[in-house]
Ligand binder design. Structure first.
Ligand code: KG4
Ligand code: ZN
Length: 343
């Protein structure tokens, strides 16, 4: 009988210190997340120095918890998967150094994982039937990518943002209407009380690249609208602003994703990343997929935002494909999807 493969996964690319134990890429035995959000909230966004320091304080404890909740020890672990990019360099380094130390001390193979590959792989955990090829829309705080997942570990980016990422736009607009950090979940919640048709915000299209995105114009339009109201002494209905902005973002995301599945002939579409937990986006994408006879995949919200289970899922497929990293593995803050670490 084939032996089970147990991966200890570590994620520290931004403001969550996370560790997980994942069996055969799809079964999560533990998924521990220590969030720093309350700390960064005070500053209105992630402060890189503070993030690195907090990761150092938390990482051992988070790993110990992940092992103990999974009822395993390091002796049972077949490989260590760790996010090595993209992300904040100081934050990434904490996870990478920790993974290398355990790998060296316990002679456990090391597998570096691309953070976005992790987000995409989150879809495998709860959808045991999902296998490449499929299209995936990755919408996070740092990325907005439309990706063709050709095979495990093999990706083709067909569209990406020219300026702000979708999550970044949510965070900036939330700040402008006084909701605080992180903005995405707050806009999601407030929008339920608002009218999405109240204000017509622009839906940007990039002329020569139909799959690319642009959100900075939309963000400016929201800021101009708010300033205009203030100057004219008009009342601002925050819920209407939030709902109208959210609709402008989701309409474009759905449109582009549907265009991609049609043109590339896919009958499967997945979404991934923090913004993929947005309830309006999930509803609109579900509806569009049903209309177009496309099967829609999305992770649970806890697996959409940063976590280590998704890194464990991605690491498993890299591991069984023979990917191994040496102790020269370094953090690569601007790592491109599909790129391999060459030392
Ligand atoms: O994937 P993620 O946890 O971290 C990155 O890799 O960037 O994504 C974080 C982003 C933040 O911008 C946050 O505001 C956004 O995801 N987000 C949401 C929601 N939950 C998180 N955006 C819209 N609606 C949500 N429910
Ligand atoms: Zn992320």
């Amino acid at each position: 009988m084939k032996k089970d493969v147990l991966i200890l996964a570590i994620e520290s690319s931004c403001d969550e210190t996370a560790a997980a134990v994942v069996k055969n890429g799809r079964e999560v035995l533990s998924n521990i997340i220590s969030s720093q959000i309350d700390l960064h909230k005070l500053y209105g966004g992630v402060v890189p120095e503070i993030a690195s320091r907090k990761h150092i304080e938390k990482i051992n404890q988070v790993i110990e918890e992940a092992l103990s909740e999974a009822q395993v020890t390091l002796d049972d672990i077949d490989a260590i998967g760790v996010t090595y990019g993209p992300g904040l360099v100081g934050a990434l380094l904490v996870g990478v150094a920790e993974a290398k130390a355990i790998s060296y001390a316990r002679k456990i193979p090391l597998v570096g994982v691309h953070h976005i590959e992790g987000h995409i792989s989150a879809n495998y955990i709860e959808n045991k039937d999902l296998e490449p090829p499929f299209a995936c829309l990755v919408v996070s705080g740092g990325h907005t990518h439309l990706v063709v997942v050709e095979d495990y570990g093999k990706y083709r980016i067909i569209g990406k943002t020219r300026d702000d990422a979708a999550g970044e736009a949510f965070d900036k607009v939330a700040r402008a209407i006084g909701l605080g950090y992180p903005g995405g979940p707050k806009i999601d919640r407030l929008s339920k009380e608002g009218n999405a048709e109240a204000i017509r915000f622009p839906k940007a299209h990039v002329a020569d690249a139909p799959y690319d995105f642009s959100f900075s114009g939309l963000k400016s339009a929201v800021l101009n609208y708010l300033n205009g109201c203030k100057m004219k002494g008009e009342n601002i209905v925050e819920a209407d602003v939030a709902a109208s902005f959210q609709k402008a973002v989701t309409d474009v995301l759905v449109e582009h994703a549907m265009m991609a599945v049609k043109e590339y002939g896919f009958d499967k579409l997945a979404i991934a990343g923090g913004v993929a937990s947005n309830s309006t986006l999930r509803g609109a994408m579900q509806e569009a997929c049903e209309k177009n006879h496309v099967k829609f995949y999305h992770p649970s919200p806890i697996l959409c935002t940063d976590n280590a289970a998704m890194i464990g899922a991605a690491a498993y497929y890299e591991f069984i494909n023979g990917v191994r990293h040496g102790l020269d593995l370094n953090a690569v803050p601007n790592l491109k999807l599909g790129e391999r670490y060459e030392g």
